[in-house]
Design a protein around this ligand. Structure first.
Ligand SMILES: [Zn+2]
Length: 394
């Protein structure tokens, strides 16, 4: 039986049927995007993909707007006003959040060409997160096809500097998200369970620089003040700042220092990655870092850095969105799971503003940032169907 397009939510089984018939189209879209390489630091390449995406969204009737950038690719905003319902106030848009830059340098395609093998599509960025972008495009298209128009306003926001810390996009992300009712982040799902991400750690970075006094290691070692020895003291202190039980971890990931073996080192530095689960721990770890004092008073310490992404805590808004997603999945016999992860995304920013945010809604796969990056083709229809279902009901 054929039903007329309506603004009533279409059932998940309709979406899954729609996408099962369009698996090839999903694969095609992901593949086309992966073959347009888009390393964060190559503006020309990223803009080429941005232009292509803008054209795809324009074809769907979206209002496309680029936010120009000097160093990075232009960020892409697309708004779909959705259907007008007489006598009913329009809801705020649902934000589909993602990034189209990748960590792979230009030319990586020759080492990791797009190919299909054993039910998986391989290629740079297919998992992180070009499959997620394909879901956005195809879910909007599906809703238009099945409902005549989008049942609600939808905003797509795709940034170009996520893989390098989102410094140029963060303020715009926050501004655009504030105008929205909820945020769906189409970053990769987690693990073989293809779980959604309902909590993410906050991420910070600190640098400790030590200045000592250089001297000849053989002729007058006593005149020297070793920055390396001082840094070694500091490293053991900093390593002790971790409190894994409360989800606070500290990793001294890089050290540098000294010039030659026969010179007492005048300079040394360490870079430290900090992760927190609770927003309150940002101040806790910051206080400890800034209170570091030189053991050798003749050495000088300089501490810079701080938190750059707040944690996405598993708040009520996130739980509500996840419950809705699980209910939709259940309709097609799919038991959806959730998990907490240590990595941050732009969803951390929106969640910290109190806007309900659900993450990990993108592709199912493995090898993000690695040579064997791939997505599971069989999972594409249900993941796309879930986005359509959420857009129609949250
Ligand atoms: Zn990534």
């Amino acid at each position: 039986m054929k039903t007329a397009p309506s603004d009533r939510p279409t059932s998940m089984s309709a979406y899954i049927n729609y996408f099962s018939d369009r698996r090839e189209a999903l694969v095609d879209t992901i593949r086309q995007m992966a073959e347009m390489e888009s390393p964060s630091d190559n503006k020309v390449a990223v803009d080429r993909l941005g232009t292509w995406l803008g054209a795809r969204y324009e074809k769907l009737g979206g209002e496309v707007r680029f936010h120009p950038q000097e160093r990075f690719g232009n960020h892409l905003q697309v708004d779909f006003p959705g259907r007008e319902v007489v006598g009913r106030r329009k809801p705020k848009p649902c934000l589909l959040l993602g990034h189209f830059d990748t960590v792979y340098e230009l030319g990586s395609l020759s080492r990791m060409p797009c190919k299909i093998e054993k039910g998986r599509l391989y290629g740079p960025g297919v998992f992180d997160m070009k499959s997620g972008i394909a879901f956005m495009l195809h879910a909007i298209e599906a809703l238009q096809a099945l409902h005549g128009d989008l049942p609600r306003p939808v905003r797509v926001w795709l940034v170009t500097d996520e893989e390098v810390g989102s410094q140029t996009s963060r303020l715009i992300t926050e501004k655009l998200a504030r105008q929205c009712a909820s945020v769906l982040v189409l970053q990769p799902s987690a693990g073989v369970a293809e779980a959604l991400k309902t909590a993410r750690k906050g991420v910070g970075e600190y640098t400790v620089r030590v200045t000592g006094q250089a001297a000849h290691a053989g002729l007058d070692p006593s005149k020297g003040q070793s920055a390396i020895v001082e840094l070694a003291h500091q490293i053991t202190r900093i390593a002790g700042f971790g409190e894994p039980r409360r989800g606070l971890t500290v990793n001294v990931g890089v050290i540098r220092g000294g010039t030659r073996t026969n010179v007492v080192a005048a300079e040394a530095s360490a870079s430290i990655d900090v992760r927190i689960e609770k927003i309150g721990d940002a101040a806790r770890i910051d206080r400890k870092m800034r209170a570091l004092k030189a053991v050798n008073r003749k050495c000088k310490l300089e501490i810079t850095g701080g938190m750059n992404r707040p944690p996405m805590e598993r708040g009520a808004g996130t739980i509500a969105l996840y419950a809705k997603a699980r209910e939709l999945a259940q309709e097609i016999g799919w038991k959806l799971e959730e998990t907490a992860v240590g990595g941050g995304s732009d969803g951390n920013f929106t969640a910290a503003l109190g806007i309900r945010t659900l993450d990990g809604l993108g592709g199912v796969g493995e090898g993000a940032h690695a040579l064997h990056e791939n997505v599971l083709i069989e999972a594409l229809p249900r993941r796309a169907a879930l986005i359509a279902g959420l857009l129609a009901s949250v």
